[in-house]
Design a protein around this ligand. Structure first.
Ligand SMILES: [Zn+2]
Length: 273
């Protein structure tokens, strides 16, 4: 197992880490999770209070920041990955449930995310996907937020159970809403998203450091790997000819080619499939 330095992940470390994860026995869990079609992963409902008052606050927030008075999240365009900067699930959940005004502009509603993934890989849902959550300045009107209990990118990427759950959830959401892998971003990448929009000048250009670009290169590579292996399988099946043996052999050869490409060079993410 490759030990990763704390803090932002250098690209070379990211690639080394991804190869190590994919090569180790239980990295197979990540690979298996990455290669499967996009089934809905087990999700535990842990809703935070999000009643009429909080929805009214979210609509007012949306009007100030995006020019549209609605709390509804319709047709999400991207997924933003976060870590909670906490070591426990409970402290993160309590923060999201508290609906406290932010310390700077004293705005409500308070921060939250749609999903919170614990260190053991348990996926919990806090807010319905039809509602906007405040998790990323400039993108809350178009983005699904996934939080990971943890204090660093390396901590989440090095936690196989949490990472496998995160990949499964993200892939399922991608399939459900037709979200490209290039639109699966880290919080730290928010400013470079084509969907970024912020009307409040004091907040324009603001972002956070969680899930930096180098980390997301690895993360997206794992997502792309799953998409690539899924599409080659689909492509081969209809072409099956009379001699089923030949057709059966082809998928394996292509799949191993894809994975060998991936393992040799490719943990340089495709920016979207
Ligand atoms: Zn964040």
């Amino acid at each position: 197992m490759v030990e990763l330095p704390a803090g932002p992940l250098a690209a070379a470390d990211a690639r080394r880490h991804a190869r190590a994860v994919l090569a180790t026995g239980t990295g197979a869990a990540v690979r298996a999770a990455a290669a499967a079609p996009a089934p809905r992963p087990p999700i535990v409902a842990r809703p935070i209070p999000f009643g009429a008052e909080r929805r009214r606050q979210m609509a007012a927030y949306s009007l100030r920041h995006y020019g549209e008075a609605t709390a509804r999240l319709t047709d999400p365009k991207l997924i933003v990955e976060h870590f909670t900067a906490t070591t426990s699930y409970a402290s993160a959940w309590n923060t999201f449930a508290a609906n406290a005004p932010d310390v700077e502009l004293h705005e409500r509603p308070g921060v939250c995310a749609h999903f919170l993934i614990d260190r053991d890989g348990t996926i919990t849902q806090l807010v319905p996907l039809t509602l906007r959550c405040r998790h990323t300045i400039g993108l809350n009107h178009v983005a699904i937020g996934i939080e990971h209990v943890g204090v660093s990118d390396a901590g989440v990427m090095g936690d196989r159970a949490q990472l496998a759950a995160s990949l499964q959830l993200t892939r399922w959401l991608q399939a459900r809403f037709g979200i490209r892998t290039g639109d699966v971003i880290g919080h730290a990448e928010s400013l470079s998203s084509p969907y970024y929009h912020e009307n409040v000048a004091a907040l324009r250009g603001r972002t956070h450091g969680d899930f930096a670009h180098a980390t997301m290169e690895t993360y997206r590579a794992m997502l792309s790997h799953s998409l690539a292996s899924r599409s080659t399988r689909v492509a081969v099946t209809p072409a099956r000819t009379a001699s089923s043996w030949a057709a059966k052999a082809r998928p394996r050869r292509i799949a191993s080619a894809v994975s060998s490409v991936h393992s040799s060079t490719a943990i340089v993410p495709a920016s979207g499939p």
